[in-house]
Ligand binder design. Structure first.
Ligand code: ZN
Length: 126
């Protein structure tokens, strides 16, 4: 269970009143299409709470569910990258994994004599 505070009805109403256009309509901030009555609204923190964004109506916006899902996936990836960079850009803990060395010897290429020997063996078999 997360210890994040729930968004109150008051905050939702304040946010809707602040964001409705001149016709009293709401647009999704991601895709710019209208949000219609009956559609599921998801509440997005513009400045993510995990990145110290405030928990007030001015930092909230209504989004379509699909738009919010896409945006959240990006936020999570960005947050992980930020943490990685803050930790010195290393993903792994522990010693650096040693790479496999290059092969010291290489397979000898067949000589003309080798090829003739193989051909002679094939002829004997036939
Ligand atoms: Zn949308």
């Amino acid at each position: 269970m997360s210890n994040r505070k729930a968004i109150t009805e008051r905050q939702k109403i304040d946010c809707l009143l602040a964001r409705a256009n001149a016709h009293g309509r709401l647009a999704c901030a991601i895709c710019d299409r209208l949000i219609f009555p009956g559609q599921v609204i998801e509440w997005d923190h513009i400045h993510a709470v995990c990145a110290d964004g405030p928990h007030n109506y001015e930092n909230l916006r209504p989004l379509h569910r699909a738009c919010h899902t896409r945006k959240s996936a990006l936020d999570i990836a960005l947050n992980a990258k930020t943490k990685r960079i803050a930790n010195g850009g290393r993903k792994r803990k522990g010693p650096k994994m040693k790479s496999r060395p290059f092969q010291k010897t290489h397979r000898k290429l067949p000589t003309r004599a080798d090829r003739e020997r193989v051909l002679a063996m094939r002829e004997r078999r036939e």
